[in-house]
Unconditional design. Structure first.
Lengths: 363, 128
């Protein structure tokens, strides 16, 4: 947190601010484009930006829970942060139900709707231990997990005659994800003895049923990526935003301090008391800019002015198939694999062109 | 955890092998005349099966090269799975060289992000 009390800035300071910060102004957002590249400014000509990145880049983990993680990527351009976010959402593989063989379904939910609902259930299985199943490839224990459901809804014989609560009146009126029974194939039973394959949550409602209705089906899980279908996305959300920074150009004291604090999300600015320029007074203090939602409310009042900093917060929330940190690391691996793959393709193409030319020279 | 970057048997590797089998040959393309690049300092690379994810990251990394005068990317049509990257360089290098350096740099950046993340994560776990 920087805090400036001087009224005027030097030109160099102003330039540095334009270079490193996105400005939140009254009528819009300014200075948004990145300027961290060669020949952009006079003093930054001879910098090796890759080395510079290595020096500056840092990761700070803010919060880590079972399915949720928040961390700062400091000193990285939006291009890279966004690539990682996009990969986490669309290209990190997981296992999900892909094929459903319905033997009997007399519930009111149609087969295709049922299959879609089943597909969206997160499956607790390590995708690294499975292969992608290519088109026309037969299912094997290495690319498919089989689940089955055999379920029937009946009247509860013990229910009172005047009972109206379906929970008490019927047995098995709610088909939940816990009814997905894993059917081990090949050596899956031994391989996954320590971590049986199952849905992540046992209480996902699939279908509501009434007595006499039956469902019997077999569901095949395959490995896939979120680009093909959102059911394969390992995250519920993965997002990044810029780290807010509030710079007070002048001390804000007295009743104005209360008004100023009210302009921000609760907890961002707090009013404290102390000696300011020799006088005892209330003054506003920026406490926790991270949680600010950058509403620009403070700019509506002509007595306040503020700015917003350019450090990135990357926020990753996982659905629990995998750990958040693994999802992030996978996304980095995948970006790297993309580069490697393109490098190979480039060399490949260059050799091919070379061959073509030689053939042309000979003829 | 393996942090060497290359030769790691992770899901990223799986992904690449998935693509390698299918479209390795026409993954990347650029214009030549009789096998010779007409003007080696400016080229448009056409990459199949990639989108903004790689496009913008690669564009950014290539612009960091001081020998590159211009680099931009476009996705010509949303229903075509294709990405064009235009590179113009000074006479000290070639567009192909700039592309290669860009890819290598992006790989290095990924490595660095990975290592830093693993280190911070471990530190965070110890503190908890």
């Amino acid at each position: 947190m920087s805090r400036k009390t001087s009224k005027s800035q030097s030109n160099a300071e102003r330039l540095e601010q334009l270079r490193t910060r996105v400005m939140i102004e009254k009528e819009g957002v300014g200075s948004t484009s990145s300027s961290e590249f060669p020949y952009h400014s006079l003093n930054h000509q001879d910098i090796d930006y890759i080395k510079e990145f290595m020096k500056k880049f840092n990761v700070k983990i803010i919060r880590k829970e079972q399915y949720d993680m928040e961390f700062d990527l400091i000193g990285v351009d939006a291009a890279i942060a966004n690539a990682l976010r996009r990969i986490m959402i669309a290209e990190v593989p997981t296992m999900a139900i892909e094929k459903v063989y319905v033997y009997n379904n007399t519930s009111i939910v149609q087969d295709e709707v049922l299959a879609h609902r089943l597909g969206l259930i997160p499956i607790k299985a390590d995708p690294d231990r499975f292969h992608f199943k290519h088109a026309n490839e037969p299912p094997t224990d290495m690319n498919t997990i089989v689940f089955k459901i055999e379920h029937e809804c009946t009247f509860n014989p013990k229910a009172r005659d005047d009972e109206t609560d379906p929970q008490k009146l019927y047995i098995g009126n709610n088909l939940l994800s816990e009814s997905l029974i894993w059917v081990p194939k090949g050596d899956q039973e031994e391989q996954y003895a320590s971590c049986p394959l199952r849905p992540v949550h046992n209480d996902i409602l699939i279908v509501q049923m009434r007595p006499g209705q039956k469902i019997k089906l077999e569901a095949h899980c395959e490995k896939g990526i979120g680009k093909d279908h959102a059911k394969w996305s390992p995250v519920a959300t993965a997002s990044y935003r810029l780290m807010p920074e509030i710079i007070l150009k002048q001390e804000i004291t007295g009743d104005l301090a209360d008004k100023f604090a009210a302009c921000f999300t609760k907890g961002v600015v707090e009013v404290e008391e102390g000696y300011i320029e020799g006088q005892y007074a209330k003054y506003a203090k920026v406490v926790n800019p991270r949680i600010d939602m950058v509403s620009r409310e403070a700019l509506r009042h002509k007595e306040f002015e503020d700015k917003v900093q350019l450090t990135r917060i990357l926020n990753v929330e996982s659905t629990g198939i995998m750990d958040s940190e693994k999802i992030f690391l996978d996304s980095v691996h995948i970006l790297q694999a993309k580069c490697r793959r393109l490098l190979t393709a480039l060399e490949h193409k260059l050799r091919e062109k070379e061959r073509n030319r030689e053939q042309m020279d000979l003829s | 955890m393996d942090t060497s970057g290359d030769n790691d048997g992770n899901s990223g590797e799986d992904q690449s092998s998935l693509f390698n089998e299918n479209i390795a040959d026409d993954l990347l393309e650029f214009e030549t005349e009789k096998g010779i690049v007409k003007d080696p300092t400016s080229l448009t690379f056409s990459i199949n099966g990639e989108d903004h994810t790689l496009g913008n990251a690669l564009r950014y990394v290539i612009t960091l090269n001081p020998e590159v005068e211009y680099c931009g990317y476009s996705i010509p049509h949303p229903s075509e799975d294709k990405l064009n990257i235009r590179i113009q360089t000074t006479e000290n290098t070639t567009a192909i060289e700039a592309m290669r350096k860009g890819l290598e740099d992006l790989k290095i950046i990924c490595d660095h992000i990975k290592e830093t993340f693993i280190r911070s994560n471990r530190q965070f776990d110890i503190q908890q």
